[in-house]
Ligand binder design. Sequence first.
Ligand code: PLP
Length: 403
Amino acid sequence: MQLAERVNRISVSPTLAVLTEAERYKARGIDVVDFGPGEPDFPTPEHIKRAAIRAIEQNYTKYTATAGILPLREAICAWHAAQFGSSYASAECIVTVGGKHAVFNVISALIEPGDEVIIPTPYWVSFPDIVKFAGGRPVFVPTEAADSFCLRAPQVEAAITPRTRIAIVNSPNNPSGAVIPPDEFARIYEVCRKRGVWLLSDECYSHFVYGTTKPYSIAGIQGSQPHVIIVGSLSKTFSMTGWRIGYALAPHGLVEAMLKLQSQSTSNPTSIAQYAALEALRGPMDSVATMLAEYARRRARILEGLRAISGVTCNAPDGAFYVFPNFRVRAVNGSPRALNASSTPDTTALARQLLEREHVVVVPGEAFGAPGFLRFSYATSIERIEEGLRRLERFFQSAESSS
Ligand code: PLP
């Protein structure tokens, strides 16, 4: 079949590919320990579900404004202002079909063929493909485990060329969990502003931060709003992945362009989900604190377990619900044989062996542009984490004795 070249430029999300493989095992009745999920394992809070049921009963089941109902856009701006100190007007807000759709609309509205978009690695899997689909060129800027995967302003500056239009920053980061400290974030913003590059900040994990780290948005810096694009989502914060509600906050002209795109593609996000989102943003946020406390407990346990595997190193991530350990020295059949510095580790093969032999699902670092690492999501119960750690121990012990 002859397909359009723009579709041939992209591939199915590699995280989805791993999860599909895991689903095959589960369908055969195999007890899989799944560290794959990129979504909270908690149900959507009751008061949010009830708001959706009320919306159906009250017949809020018709088309809405393309940009989303006005009360929701106002609630997003008010919530963002209260949480982060920004000051957006509803005309600078568009509700989208999840945060992914907001990223897609922003890139589609701004990127011409050949334009460059700075993407720090490790990256969320969709950023490069969305850029490629638009005809742009992803320019990867590696962050280092030794520096807690923190993106640094001089790196961004060095990557800017006359073709650079956007620098994407995702903090807390998927997959590394890294959080960029506010002063470094401000320096990155300054570099972008000075060089006339949009700073696209993906805040989907904003509220899952640990220790003394606080939720943060670059849009809270006075005067920054004309230069930044904020992408947010209710998916993770309120455990609403299936409802598909995200948003973008940006200067009015860009929101108008996104609106035009949306009006000719998806139209409005689902009306019922919009009413649920309205309740999420206006209602109590206790569920967020409850989830965070549970994530913190799991994070401590999985870190301890992974660090106990010889040869494996793992940063304590400041945010999100992932850990991203370095399995480089274990990337040859799981045995502790150090690769020489120049060889590329094959963590995809390691992930496959873990699935085949121990039925443990992890996402290989290759999916995020960072071979040598594995992503473990701890959006799963502490009991399953314990079981997974037992299986990992068995896997690596048997690899050691056979090496
Ligand atoms: N941004 C990042 C960094 C993500 O990890 C995800 C989902 O995994 C998204 C955006 C999109 O989430 P959604 O489209 O469900 O809002």
